[in-house]
Design a binder for this molecule. Sequence first.
Ligand code: BGP
Length: 471
Amino acid sequence: ENPTFPKDFLWGASSAAWQVEGAVAEDGRAPAIIDLNSKKKKPYADNSIASDHYHFYKEDVQLMKEAGFTSYRFSIAWPRIYPDNSGVPNQLGIDFYNNLIDELIDNGITPIVTLYHYDMPVWVDKEFNGWYDRGIIDAFDQYVRTCFNEFGDRVKYWLAINEQNMQIVYGDWLGVCKYPETWFKDKWKVNHIMNLCHSKAVIACHELVEGGKIGPVPGMVPFYPESANPQDQIAAMNAEELTEKIWNDFNANREYNGFIKRYWKEHDIDPDIRPGDMELVAQAEIDFFGINCYRSNVAKASPADSEYQEIGLNKSGEKGNFVYPNYPGIFEQTNNPFVETTDWDWEIDPVAMRYLLRYMEDHYHLPMVITENGYGAHETLGEDGKVHDEERIKFLKENIYQIGLAIEDGAKVFGYNPWSFTDLLSTGNGMAKRYGLVYINTTDEDVLDLKRIKKDSYYWYKEVIASNGAK
Ligand code: BGP
């Protein structure tokens, strides 16, 4: 029998502005750094049209309603709200999100809004050297305050920065790192500046949004030890520290933990924490965690005299091209013979979801909402004009089951928003890697009619929602 879900559990799906909206030059939106990346060939794909949600949003919301959605997680594009540094927001950008939010609420769907999901305006990047210069703190504060003032009367759930941990860990890929040679040390300065941006957003949300709740969205990948060797066990713990736990501890406890302080000391790293910073951080009490989880990893002990290797990038998008990281004396990543992988080497492991929900509950005792989880696949329309995505149904079904068990075990999860509602651009693989419950008729090579076609998973998910997870 399936576990039971709480009565007002939020069932929905997830997206991000640059991956779904398109219309990059419309209604005053300025260029974003991610647009420039996406003009290069692989691993990015042109985002100027994407799923054209900007023009299809009403139709998309109707499809959500028909599926019984009670939530939808999406992001606001900073370059639509502040296209330049004049300090004057772009009313047409604000109008778009007002319309989308009204449309959702009129259809009984609770908006869960991410403030930053990788689309830094080019002007911000130029002026502040991306996240390297502390000047970005005020620019970000101005942007988030505008969002809270404009939308806070209707949006009560906010997420500050998507996967800040992954942006640092995969700095080169996700566009945060500008000087790869010195990233090993720079990343902690950059991360501290992002932490200050996050903290000010938390404070501003509580100040400006009546009943507003805000949290971070870590990209969570549990690390299992390769063996029962105690050294492998510690290596797995170290791996979780260096890729996610130090961020979660920081967000929940509002201070840097002992592990990272020792790591900085041992590696002679100065994160440039200035007087007043930690007093500010201390005020930023989060309300919940957004949880992104797709997979699990494995770690083993790493000899102290081995060679340092940054986390590898699957740049070609081909299977078998993933470079595992090695942090000498700390951990080395390895593969897992017990689980299958997707076409992109991502471990298919629904149990990881239960592991980490229990882990997060045990460490932080905070409410959680699943903000991403999903199955990326190559997909085309079948001859019958449909998409039979059994693998996705299986993946989501098993994840929902594991979430239900974690809830019964005490994890305070209040919603499930898998990635993604419609197909949208994958961060690294364009439309070649699709996640949607709804197919978008287009490809990276040719823009087709962008018709929305419900996949089998859409119909299946509709029944799950109707039965509140019992199906
Ligand atoms: C998350 C990002 C999303 C999304 C997802 C899937 O880390 O927050 O933006 O893209 O990963 O990743 P990918 O598109 O590379 O398969």
